[in-house]
Unconditional design. Structure first.
Length: 373
């Protein structure tokens, strides 16, 4: 691949605007990987707050290149990086957003030393907290090219996984973490999933793949999302619950001989979902919460936890989720291409980022492609 002298990248300054800038591409050193970006999902949670300057990890790091949910192809790779990562030029890869700090070295934080890099104290993240002023600055994914940080984690896709499916790891690796790593989903279990967005659809996919029965819960306004989930085949049409029209707890009871479900996942971030999330669980049920409720303090039916001896577990990030996500994509269990409901180029980001959180504009996921070379 011919590598140009500069990469056109979408640079933000934290004031709610950005611009395409030409950033010089450095020579690829022995431990470097240069990725030609192919497709980047808009991240409703992350991109919008980095763009507007409200992400705590971005403070003091502007200007920076935005974008962290992308896949691309190895354009150039140094010998040491190729050996260490098992990659070669032409491989389609995903790059994890979270960059572990010094892992086992003297500078490693307590979390990374314990292998829990999703909670790293140093908060280094591609496209979130890596400034243009740090080395070459090519750390964000809304760009022709991304330079992979030497400590960042890369994942190679099997050749049969196309870009439209590869990019689905952005939510599927999360979903594996909520549903399997933390939720310990088992064959035959009923899994209630609150929130029919990408995270919920991903959770339903993992549950179905593991032989469990997902029930997807949202509102009647989520109909387009329900249709996509049913169309992909991750959930049955009669296992959809519209919480504004039906009693969620009663419906789950009717599906589980009155006992309640084994596993309930709250990934909606909607405050009214939290009470039912606890109430649908059976005795000794497992509740996983990964939905972010915007720092609000809310009232919950707390006695549910003690009286049913519930196991409540928080979940964050994608650690431990990539292997199974890529296995599912390689086996082509589901075709996730219909998750892409809106397509743009990276020079349209200024108009689109403010709408990423609005399901009436972005039905499921927005995909951005770089400018043609
Ligand atoms: Zn994200
Ligand atoms: Zn760390």
């Amino acid at each position: 691949m011919r590598i140009p002298a500069t990469s056109r990248a979408f640079v933000v300054d934290g004031t709610g605007k950005g611009a395409i800038q030409e950033i010089p591409i450095p020579k690829t050193g022995p431990d470097d990987v240069l990725i030609r970006m192919e497709g980047i999902y808009g991240c409703a949670g992350g991109d919008t707050i980095v763009y507007s300057g409200k992400h705590p990890h971005s403070l003091g790091k502007y200007p920076l290149i935005l974008g962290h949910e992308g896949v691309g192809v190895v354009a150039a790779i140094g010998a040491e990086a190729a050996r260490r990562r098992g990659l070669k030029a032409g491989d389609r890869v995903a790059v994890e957003v979270m960059i572990p700090c010094d892992t086992n070295g003297p500078e490693a934080c307590e979390q990374c030393r314990a292998g829990e890099y999703q909670l790293c104290e140093k908060n280094q993240q591609h496209g979130v907290s890596m400034p243009l002023s740090l080395e070459h600055g090519l750390w964000g994914m809304y760009s022709d090219f991304l330079m992979v940080h030497p400590r960042a984690i890369t994942h190679r896709f099997p050749e049969n996984v196309d870009m439209a499916n590869a990019v689905a790891t952005a939510f599927l690796a999360n979903a594996v973490r909520w549903t399997e790593v933390k939720g310990k989903v088992q064959k035959g279990e009923v899994v209630a999933i609150f929130g029919p967005g990408p995270q919920g659809v991903g959770g339903a996919a993992v549950a179905t793949y593991r032989g469990a029965v997902p029930v997807l819960i949202g509102l009647s306004t989520d109909q387009a999302r329900f249709d996509i989930a049913v169309g992909i085949g991750v959930v049955k049409a009669d296992h959809i619950i519209r919480a504004d029209k039906e009693d969620v707890v009663e419906r789950i009871k009717s599906l589980t001989n009155g006992k309640g479900c084994h596993l309930a996942i709250e990934c909606s971030g909607a405050d009214p979902a939290v009470g039912p999330w606890l109430k649908v669980l059976r005795k000794r049920g497992r509740g996983v919460i990964c939905g972010y409720h915007g720092g609000r303090e809310i009232t919950v039916p707390i006695d549910q936890i003690a009286t049913k001896e519930l196991n409540i577990q928080g979940a964050w990030g994608q650690a431990g989720g990539w292997q199974l996500a890529i296995e599912m994509l390689g086996r082509q269990v589901f075709d996730f291409a219909p998750m892409i409901t809106n397509r743009y180029r990276i020079d349209q980001l200024n108009e689109v980022v403010p709408t990423l959180k609005d399901p009436s504009r972005i039905t499921m996921k927005a995909l951005f492609v770089p400018l043609p070379l």
